[in-house]
Design a protein around this ligand. Structure first.
Ligand code: PFF
Length: 447
């Protein structure tokens, strides 16, 4: 444990705000529409919704319990409860490291779009997809990535309470407001109805295919920041009287709301502009400018949106940076300053690897040409490390620990009623882990 007294987040609202700040980010606004676009639209939305409730909320609650009970980082928290389980903490630290290796790049795209809203984006008249490709081919991409890492670094260095709380409080309501305005605006675009059909009218055969469930579980973990110790670390700063069940429900619902709003903005615009919903990681960057371009004050709307997306990303980058910083500071006895520096330096190195190293994979039946660490890191964290971390968290909280552990944390040692306790314990013992195991077996060919 570090010698300095541990920081804590202010009141109840602050805990919800900071945890939602971690959860809401590129996962809901960039990754969700692009995954939904590639996996049957409405079918994906339906399964994602179920995964948030069946998998996301129970695992988040389990992580909250471990973090607040121990007041330690991801590794220290699990280890202090049971030594062999420290590996579950290391799984989270590895996940945070790999996410750092690509998330900042996309956050940098958002920052660049904010700036170029006033520059060439709307004035040059070139197709948006061409502009995006040109940006990706230029050194500006790396520069914005590094700027983003430095911004995160600066906030972390100022300390947990001041930086994270303030950033979350301002950003979130503003983000919701602008998304609602955009959702209303796209409803009037010609051909929007096709987009609603795509996003809201599910094909059940696609929905319940193992592959859709696999991708949706990964998306649920990623968008809720669970399965990698992030919520353990954050809950270590919560106060003793925080209602953990209520907090996890509120965070999950807020995240869902943003993801659904993002879908309601993107898909009508995709079909209206004659774009492809399955175009992948560039989807929102090619689609959103189509919405803004015909609005009065296009540059201002566009810059405001990308500013909010940048802030939403920042409250998420802060959270996985903090997983690593708290780990280095507390487990390796570095000062917070050096722990922060080390984390930022590693993030820069991994992002550069993702940007500049292209390779072919031909391994264990997986064949990929022109692969990059960008996709690899994303796949490995969201589809393997986070579900694995989530699965083990369920087993730890509901099987390894005594029943009182979860009950005490859910009821704040008898002060709250904890009506949801039997249901959540049942989910954590059986439903959530069995679903994850089933999907792992089905999709990764484990047996
Ligand atoms: N939940 C964040 C998002 O949706 O953008 C990403 C994330 C943050 C994942 C923190 C994991 C994490 F520990």
């Amino acid at each position: 444990m570090s010698e300095q007294p541990r920081a804590s987040f202010g009141g109840k609202l602050s805990a919800i705000l900071v945890a939602a700040g971690s959860a809401i980010g590129l996962g809901s606004i960039w990754r969700f529409p692009y995954m939904a676009g590639e996996n049957g639209g409405a079918a994906f939305l339906l399964v994602y919704l179920l995964c948030v409730f069946v998998v996301g909320i129970p695992v988040m609650l389990g992580e909250f319990a471990v973090g607040r009970a121990t007041k330690l980082n991801a590794v220290g928290g699990f280890r202090s409860l049971s030594r062999p389980w420290r590996w579950l903490g290391y799984n989270g630290v590895l996940g945070a490291l790999l996410i750092s290796g690509y998330y900042y790049i996309v956050a940098g795209w958002s920052l660049e779009y904010m700036v170029s809203s006033f520059g060439n984006l709307y004035s040059s008249g070139a197709p948006f997809s061409e502009q995006f490709a040109a940006f990706q081919a230029s050194p500006r991409q790396a520069i914005y990535t590094v700027i983003f890492i430095l911004l995160t670094h600066l906030i972390i260095i100022r300390g947990v309470e001041k930086g994270i709380e303030k950033a979350s409080k301002v950003m979130m309501p503003a983000l919701l407001v602008i998304l609602v305005i955009m959702a209303v605006r796209v409803a009037f675009m010609p051909g929007a109805a096709e987009g609603y059909r795509f996003f809201l009218n599910p094909d059940f055969k696609v929905a319940f295919s193992p592959n859709t469930i696999f991708t949706a579980i990964g998306q649920a973990f990623f968008s809720l920041s669970v399965g990698m110790g992030c919520m353990v670390t954050y809950a270590s700063y919560f106060k003793k009287d925080n209602n953990l069940t209520g907090t996890s429900m509120s965070v999950a619902l807020l995240t869902l709301m943003v993801a659904v709003l993002a879908g309601l903005v993107i898909f009508p615009a995709v079909f209206s502009a004659g774009l492809e919903p399955a175009e992948g990681a560039s989807l929102i960057f090619n689609t959103l400018p189509e919405i803004f371009k015909d609005m009065p004050f296009a540059a201002v709307w566009s810059a405001a949106f990308f500013l909010l997306l940048t802030l939403a990303s920042l409250t998420s980058t802060i959270s996985f940076h903090e997983v690593l910083t708290a780990y280095f500071a507390e487990e390796h006895k570095l000062s917070r300053k050096w722990a922060t520096r080390l984390t930022s330096a590693l993030s820069i190195a991994l992002c550069m690897l993702s940007l500049y190293w292209v390779f072919d994979i031909d391994f264990a039946g997986i064949k990929m040409e022109n692969a990059s660490c960008f996709d690899l890191f994303d796949y490995v964290t969201a589809n393997i490390l986070m579900p694995l971390g989530g699965l083990l968290t369920c087993i730890f909280v509901a099987w390894r620990m005594k029943p009182e552990f979860l009950r005490d944390e859910m009821t704040n040692y008898g002060k709250l009623k904890g009506r949801a306790y039997p249901l959540l314990r049942f989910a954590l013992r059986f439903v959530t882990p069995l679903l994850i195991i089933y999907i792992f077996i089905k999709n990764l060919g484990l047996f």
